[in-house]
Design a protein around this ligand. Structure first.
Ligand SMILES: NC(=O)c1ccc[n+]([C@@H]2O[C@H](COP(=O)([O-])OP(=O)(O)OC[C@H]3O[C@@H](n4cnc5c(N)ncnc54)[C@H](O)[C@@H]3O)[C@@H](O)[C@H]2O)c1
Length: 322
């Protein structure tokens, strides 16, 4: 039986998932909903589906088994709740919300309904991250320095803190999530930020740069940097300092392990973007029995909590306990 899939939000990242879903057997794209009707219509035409402006009408008319919520960070809540209320399995793009209240309500609703959930932390599905986890099992990690140092994405909602959450919540969430995935949960966060470095971007109110020091529950200290003010190329990844090795994770590319007398590099072979969508659809098809989803919604709530703790520390100038 075909798995019927509908999309809420038909922009850039929706296209990414669609490029994978069309390669999975027995997936039928049934509906696209967007506040920008032209976007919903374009994707609907491309995939022989129906276009909607009202998500409830789409859910009731197309009766999807699964819904992808690919809206900007501020536009979450009713989409997920209405989809789960109709028994739909749920894929949500990161960051899952801009407030904990919204995320917690969705988390509890997902748990009660028992649907399959997944969040767009595709970096977890990389071959090199499986290798890195194995390498770390035999090492003593002293510290990790993560960074998402880049420029500002062009979409209009990004530059406004209330709609994107700022760089630490919007894109660096991939790095905070990876720090959690590799090293465990944080206990305390201390953060500071700079503003006003960009002089040619009108009407922006996000931080240009921030630095967050995390004390993990294990006692390990990690730092995570975020920037959206760089125009000449940036850097995304994590430098991991072990007592007997230095390991560099270059986001979505490679892991290099440098010991005193030996260097070993791992590169991604499989398509981790395809892997995240395969895992979600596979979990639905097996009725949850073969669930290879690495970032279900309740786990992603913890990554949001971490970046919102950074946000609170930025706002108050005080350490924040998680
Ligand atoms: N996992 C990843 O690596 C990754 C990469 C890119 C984007 N994303 C995430 O995906 C989300 C969307 O990003 P994007 O690049 O596709 O943005 P986008 O602006 O290209 O697309 C968002 C779409 O949502 C629509 N939209 C806006 N408000 C809406 C609302 N209230 N209801 C319904 N539709 C609404 C817009 O009209 C637009 O078509 C963001 O949270 C972003 O962080 C994730």
């Amino acid at each position: 039986m075909a798995i019927k899939v509908a999309f809420i939000g038909a922009g850039g990242i929706a296209g990414y998932h669609l490029s994978h879903l069309v390669k999975i057997q027995d997936v039928q794209l049934v509906g696209f909903c967007d506040v920008d009707s032209s976007r919903a219509q374009a994707k609907a035409k491309q995939h022989k589906a129906k276009a909607y402006r009202d998500h409830r009408r789409m859910l009731d008319a197309t009766k999807p088994h699964a819904v992808y919520v690919c809206t900007p960070p501020f536009a979450h809540g009713p989409y997920e709740l209405d989809a789960v209320a109709r028994g739909c399995h749920l894929f949500v793009e990161k960051p899952i919300a801009t407030t904990m209240d919204t995320a917690l309500e969705i988390r509890d609703t997902v748990a009660k309904a028992g649907v399959v959930s997944a969040v767009g932390y595709q970096d977890r599905y990389q071959d090199i991250i499986a290798k890195l986890k194995a390498v770390l099992r035999t090492r003593r990690v002293a510290t990790a320095m993560g960074y998402w140092m880049g420029g500002m994405p062009g979409v209009p909602w990004w530059r406004v803190k209330a709609t994107s959450g700022g760089q630490h919540t919007e894109q660096t969430t991939h790095i905070f999530d990876m720090v959690r995935y590799l090293f465990g949960e944080a206990r305390t966060v201390y953060a500071a930020a700079s503003r006003g470095l960009m002089t040619d971007v009108p009407n922006y109110d996000v931080e240009d740069l921030s630095a967050a020091t995390l004390v993990l529950k294990s006692g390990m200290v990690a730092t995570v940097y975020s920037a959206c003010c760089l125009k000449a190329g940036g850097k995304c990844g994590i430098d991991i300092f072990c007592t007997d090795a230095r390991i560099e994770y270059v986001e979505r590319q490679s892991v290099t392990v440098r010991e005193a007398s030996r260097t070993e590099e791992f590169r991604n072979v499989a398509d981790y973007g395809q892997a995240i969508d395969d895992a979600f659809i596979g979990a639905i098809r097996s009725k949850g029995k073969d669930n290879k989803v690495l970032s279900p919604y309740p786990d992603a709530v913890k990554s949001l909590a971490l970046s919102l703790a950074v946000d609170k520390s930025l706002a108050t100038g005080q350490p924040v306990e998680l």
